[in-house]
Ligand binder design. Structure first.
Ligand code: AMP
Length: 418
């Protein structure tokens, strides 16, 4: 199958050819015809599956088809997504796929002055990509009118709820016209998302691409067992020995991310951190330095990194093991995208073994161990999977954690802030 088979507008086919997209990914193959028919859609898919084009391409097709409405000041499609980074990426995708259509898109998000955003809104846009808070803020100030909206997309709905955006989402929904097409995407489908979907979607078609906990075959996973005190030295060793170009390194905390960057810089390795304490500009700058290859190592916390899409990222390193097992799957999903090969290396210390065993339980197999010769562990028994038992209370997946309150909030109290 190729993109011509969808009978897409020529302007879109030309742009997709520019992007060198030859065949649709599975989510695109299934979703594009549904959206083109004007139907509501419930999509269960992670980022990295080609999800953005799965909704952006047919939306552009539908809007371009109804030219009579083009050029008006009405916002015709709205995409709401939880983070600034995702919003910017989605906007870039619309710009790339829609560049020959004449449709106008823009993005609004918080943490920056609103002047440039309102200027673009004043000129009129067809497609608006937004994070929830800034969207409501600008709507209340009268810059955004959603009364003539044709298509609404709620992206990364599970994460939106995790981040405590449910009230904002409900407020946004109240601003939309009853008659509209709605698409909802979520990486996982816990009960609260199913309920939200039932209240939002009318007679939707459902597309399930990957089970929430599956890891892409294109990502090779390895683990090194290393004593806590030797982790930094081991990371430096890996950066020297392994053929690693650019690498995304995960820590659990913002503090840990900053500390690690200092160590890397001291060792003449270009590194920057990206996390919630950084200003929007600093985050964007760090991300573009990384994408442009100016920074070799981007150290990130989970909230900052989920959804970040770096073309051809070959390596992800878990410098610290996440204590929510599903987070591991999200982390390693940053590499091995769009069919390219990737490598995910975890550096696990004795105190993280319970979390590690829970991760192996979740992905359904033991992850091959690579022996670290330079820093042998002091007590091998502490790393023996048959001797370390996952404690039941600690075995968390995000679904379990989410059942009552958003789990990020809880974890923030439980551990250092992210
Ligand atoms: P997404 O899941 O939307 O974040 O997309 C993941 C990556 O796959 C992005 O870098 C896209 O540019 C790329 N991509 C999306 N669709 C295709 C396709 N049909 N062929 C090749 N690459 C694609």
């Amino acid at each position: 199958m190729n993109f011509e088979d969808f009978k897409l507008n020529h302007a879109l086919l030309k742009a997709l050819a520019d992007e060198a997209y030859k065949t649709p990914t599975p989510i695109q193959e299934q979703s594009i015809p549904i959206v083109m028919k004007g139907k509501d859609l419930l999509g269960c898919a992670q980022t990295g599956t080609g999800k953005t084009a799965a909704f952006a391409v047919p939306i552009l097709h539908l809007l371009a088809k109804n030219e009579s409405k083009a050029g008006s000041k009405n916002i015709r499609a709205l995409i709401v997504t939880p983070t600034r980074e995702l919003a910017i990426q989605i906007d870039e995708s619309f710009t790339a796929y829609g560049k020959y259509t004449g449709l106008r898109n823009t993005v609004v998000f918080g943490g920056v002055k609103q002047g440039q955003q309102t200027q673009k809104l004043r000129k009129g846009v067809d497609i608006l990509i937004a994070t929830p808070g800034r969207l409501l803020d600008l709507q209340q100030q009268g810059f955004i009118n959603l009364r003539n909206l044709e298509i609404f997309v709620l992206d990364e709905a599970d994460r939106m709820l995790d981040m405590g955006f449910i009230h904002d989402v409900k407020k946004i929904i109240k601003l939309l016209p009853q008659k509209r097409q709605t698409l909802l995407f979520s990486a996982t489908m816990p009960n609260d998302i199913v309920k939200l979907a039932q209240s939002l979607l009318i007679n939707p078609e459902r597309v399930d691409i990957t089970p929430a906990v599956s890891t892409a075959d294109t990502v090779k996973q390895y683990v090194y067992f290393v004593d806590q005190k030797d982790k930094k030295a081991h990371l430096l060793y890996l950066l020297e020995k392994e053929e690693i170009g650019s690498v995304l390194v995960f820590t659990r905390t913002k503090y840990g991310a900053d500390k690690l960057v200092k160590t890397l810089l001291k060792n003449n390795i270009k590194a920057e951190a990206i996390h919630g304490n950084k200003s929007q500009n600093a985050r964007q700058r760090a991300l573009s330095n990384f994408k442009d290859g100016k920074t070799r190592v981007l150290v990130a916390t989970d909230i900052a990194a989920r959804g970040i899409d770096v073309d051809g990222l070959s390596h992800v390193i878990n410098f610290e093991i996440p204590n929510i097992s599903e987070t591991y799957v999200h982390r390693i999903g940053r590499t091995g995208r769009a069919g390219l090969n990737g490598k995910a290396i975890s550096i696990c210390s004795a105190d993280e073994m319970e979390d590690w065993i829970n991760i192996e339980k979740l992905v359904g197999h033991q992850i091959p161990e690579l022996k670290n010769q330079s820093y042998p562990v002091s007590n091998p028994d502490e790393y023996d999977r048959t001797k370390v038992r996952p404690s039941k209370g600690k075995s968390k997946t995000s679904n379990q954690g989410r059942s009552k309150k958003p789990n990020w909030g809880k974890r923030r109290n439980a551990r250092q802030s992210r």
